[in-house]
Design a protein around this ligand. Sequence first.
Ligand SMILES: C[S@@+](CC[C@H](N)C(=O)[O-])C[C@H]1O[C@@H](n2cnc3c(N)ncnc32)[C@H](O)[C@@H]1O
Length: 183
Amino acid sequence: MSNEHLTPVWWPHDSLREAWENGRTEVVSTQPWVAALLYQLIRALDVRRVVELGCYKGITSVWLAHAIAANGGGALRLVDTNAGFLEEAAQRVTNTGPLDVAVFSTHQPSMEFLIDGITADVQFVFLDDDKADVSKKIEVLRKRCPGATLTIHDAETVPELAPYLILPTPPSVGSGHLAVVRL
Ligand SMILES: C[S@@+](CC[C@H](N)C(=O)[O-])C[C@H]1O[C@@H](n2cnc3c(N)ncnc32)[C@H](O)[C@@H]1O
């Protein structure tokens, strides 16, 4: 059994539904119900400066960008070690036209970016890279961006995340759970 019953009833852009219904494994990495949670968290927290660590082909980046746009606009920074994915992701976001959202790309391992490049004004981070050194990343982020919200995909695969809020709430079945950490 999976969490398919959580599939969103509303999508911020038609291309997201189409990607899920037609091409899933080609481009979609994060389950849309998790992307929808990210969208609602960004709306509920009213944040405008968001970073995605590990963007792949940019489907979730589009969800993030449209949540920022719905909040009145802001900035989305995409970080990935794969230059081709970064370019595709940034282009995909631009093609969906989120209003007043500046999109930046950083071609760097996420840990390096957190130590050297992340700025204190970042309010929301979606961590979806290789999941190495998650505890260290949380530690660095607490220093760099105190008060921001960190979300981590596939939280069920990272034992040290067990103390944090994890959605959909375990023991619901399926994979791709989202940890939510207040920094
Ligand atoms: C699971 S995919 C991301 C999926 C994307 N967030 C989405 O929801 O569509 C993981 C991505 O992380 C990138 N990646 C892996 N290790 C990384 C690292 N150490 N730093 C930055 N990016 C990394 C990979 O190139 C890949 O694009």
